[in-house]
Structure formats: structure tokens, C-alpha cells
Design a protein around this ligand. Structure first.
Ligand code: NYM
Length: 209
């Protein structure tokens, strides 16, 4: 079974309102059109019991939670789905992730918590075969900005600084999305995804370290 083809784990990361949801949705549609097995998983997954707590924390700025507790909830939300993700990959399904461990680390480290502490609880989660970071140089002008906790320009700048610490990470690719159409970004995403899904992936699923 170990040398059977498995699905690819593909992550799209980025700051708030950078177009992740649009791009992950389009990527899933493209892969389906090509006849590939594919599923979209968005983090936080707000539908689980832990996810509902996270949602309350994000939409209600008076919801009290220590930064450490909030961080651990986001990580627990990923661990809730880890086994299911592995199983699906092994069964040949490609999984597209909308945010993952890098968001977890960047948002909490931006609050001033220790970077390594932020990483620790995610160690051992399945590691993406491809990470695409949608970089936004100017994020306050995008529509919808400002509704939820964290959607403040000064904080987003700090988050970006933390994300930049991953720019040399293996499998990491950055796409600058400012002044680009959805189609132009979609095309760049596809150029990164295509080589991966075009051949059979037989290497074991890597783990986040
Ligand atoms: N977020 C997301 C975190 O702070 N930690 C995490 O681990 C994850 C996955 O949740 N502002 C933050 C980033 C976003 C917010 O995400 C909600 P989205 O993609 O806007 O639903």
C-alpha cells in the first residue's frame, strides 16, 4: 500500500481578504473538471464544537479568551481533522486547505507570544506538499475588511512580518496579488499545482516539524 499513489495536500495561505477563499474554490472546481478527486477544508472549521467557540471568539470582540487558549483552540481544531485528512490522502483524494498551521503561528506570534511555543502544538500534523502564500502589500482597501477580530491594518502588518519568517520554508511559494485580476492569480496558482497533480505522488505524507 505504501507505494500506491496518494492525494496531494495543497495549502493556500494569506492575510485576511487576500483572496484565499476565491482561489481555493476555483482550484477545487478546476481539479474536478479534470476528473480529480478533491476536497476543500477551510480552517478554522467553524462547524465543529471547537470551531463554534472559535467563531464566537472571532465575531464577538467582547468574548474573553487568553491568547494562549485561543491559540490552542485553533490548533485543536486542526487536530480534530488530522486523521480524516491522512485517511483521505491515502485513499487518493487531493485536499485543498484554506489556511493551516502557518496562519495559526503567524496570528498568535504577532500578538507577541513566543514563536517556538506557537509551533509546538502543531508539530506532527500532516505537512502540505505545496504551500501557496497570497501576499497582499495593501490590505485595508479590500471590501469587507474590518468586520472581525484581527482585521486592523496595524495588526495585519505584524502578521505579515511573522508569515515572512516562513518564506524560505520548503514547498513555499509566494504570489503577490495586488493589482492582479482573479484570473491572473488563478493562473499562477494553477502553474504551481499542475506539476504536482499531473504525476502520481507516492512519497509518504510528511509531518510538520
Ligand atoms: N486564524 C486562523 C488564527 O488566528 N489562527 C488560526 O490557526 C487560523 C486557521 O482566524 N483572521 C485567524 C485568521 C483570520 C480568522 O479566518 C478567520 P478566515 O479565513 O477569515 O475564516
Amino acid at each position: 500500500k505504501s507505494n500506491m499513489a496518494r492525494g496531494n495536500l495543497i495549502l493556500i495561505e494569506g492575510l485576511d481578504r487576500s483572496g484565499k477563499t476565491t482561489q481555493t474554490t476555483r482550484l477545487v472546481e478546476t481539479l474536478q473538471r479534470k476528473g480529480k478527486e478533491v476536497e476543500l477544508i477551510k480552517f478554522p472549521d467553524r462547524t465543529t464544537p471547537i470551531g463554534r467557540l472559535i467563531n464566537a471568539y472571532l465575531v464577538d470582540k467582547s468574548f474573553q479568551l487568553s491568547d494562549q487558549s485561543a491559540h490552542l483552540l485553533f490548533s485543536a481544531n486542526r487536530w480534530e481533522l488530522a486523521e480524516q485528512i491522512k485517511q483521505k490522502l491515502e485513499n487518493g483524494t487531493n485536499i485543498i486547505l484554506d489556511r493551516y498551521v502557518y496562519s495559526g503561528i503567524a496570528y498568535t506570534a504577532a500578538k507577541g507570544l513566543d514563536f517556538q511555543w506557537c509551533k509546538n502544538c502543531d508539530i506532527g500534523l500532516p505537512k502540505p506538499d505545496l504551500i501557496i502564500f497570497l501576499n497582499l502589500i495593501n490590505n485595508e482597501t479590500r471590501s469587507g475588511f474590518g468586520d472581525e477580530r484581527y482585521e486592523i491594518k496595524s495588526f495585519q502588518e505584524k502578521v505579515k512580518t511573522q508569515f515572512e519568517l516562513f518564506f524560505n520554508e520548503q514547498n513555499w511559494h509566494t504570489i503577490v496579488v495586488d493589482h492582479q485580476t482573479i484570473e491572473q492569480v488563478e493562473d499562477k496558482v494553477w502553474k504551481l499545482v499542475f506539476p504536482l497533480v499531473d504525476h502520481e505522488t507516492t512519497t509518504p505524507i510528511d509531518l510538520f516539524k
